[in-house]
Design a protein around this ligand. Structure first.
Ligand SMILES: [Zn+2]
Ligand SMILES: [Zn+2]
Length: 248
């Protein structure tokens, strides 16, 4: 219901158990964002807080936001404005998730790779090895280090949990890359630039690579999943470097 009603992607609100639902006045607008992420994420000496606005991007190209509402608003009140996929658009029409993206966890699995934060570290769903994690299983930044399906040798990664602060805790574990938002190019496709993130294909043999991802819509509630960013990223960059394609 956060698309214009004329948009074919628009769906009626469908949350029969949420009597407190309150639609916010915003509508989804195509965004033009450039994320520049560290190719080899490392723990930062000085951890920095996440800011308002996108702190990362999910595999269906929706932005991850932190646990804070915009100044003057209360995130716990905003919970009632989340649609059936647990997202909502802000004033500029940028659709985003503050907590578990239930369409992704429901479709891909709740232990799957969900996206990246700006520091280049991956975000996983709430389940690991069949167990639903809580904040007690994680450090102050909402992550821990262990092997994952994509990184069998082990990597620091965030987990989404059911409790506040949901996706990230006290800030980025690594040094954050940068985000540029082009408000004047709303009609253009989304441009997502990533420096690397090639962990799965022999990082030591790779030069820094800039890859551009043109995605038609970052503010989709369900789009696109046919080519999740992460897979596309790995495939293109591995092809570019003549490296074998990692199992996905
Ligand atoms: Zn929000
Ligand atoms: Zn984990």
């Amino acid at each position: 219901m956060y698309y214009q009603t004329s948009d074919a992607r628009n769906e009626a609100h469908d949350e029969p158990n949420n009597a407190d639902f309150k639609q916010n006045p915003n509508k989804i607008v195509t965004q033009h964002l450039v994320f520049t992420l560290p190719r080899f994420p490392k723990e930062a000496t000085n951890k920095e807080a996440t800011d308002f606005g996108p702190m990362g991007v999910s595999v269906n190209s929706v932005a991850f936001y932190n646990q804070n509402a915009a100044p003057g608003d209360d995130i716990l009140e905003e919970l009632n404005t989340f649609d059936q996929y647990e997202g909502h658009p802000q004033q500029r029409g940028q659709y985003h998730y503050h907590l578990e993206p239930t369409w992704l966890t429901g479709t891909l699995g709740d232990d799957k790779f969900m996206g990246l934060l700006l520091d280049g570290f991956p975000v996983y769903g709430p389940v690991e090895n069949g167990i639903r994690l809580t904040n007690d299983d994680l450090d102050d930044y909402h992550g821990h280090t262990s092997a994952t399906a994509e990184f069998p040798e082990g990597i620091y990664h965030y987990h989404i949990t059911d409790e506040l602060p949901w996706i990230n805790g006290d800030g980025y574990y690594g040094k954050a890359g940068t985000l540029t938002q082009y408000y004047f190019m709303r009609r253009s496709a989304v441009l997502l630039v990533l420096f690397g993130t090639l962990w799965a294909c022999e990082p030591s043999s790779l030069d820094p690579v800039v890859a551009e991802y043109h995605l038609p819509q970052i503010s989709a509630t369900k789009f696109p999943l046919t080519i999740p960013i992460y897979q596309k990223m790995l495939l293109e960059l591995c092809y570019l470097k003549g490296l074998s394609i990692p199992a996905l």
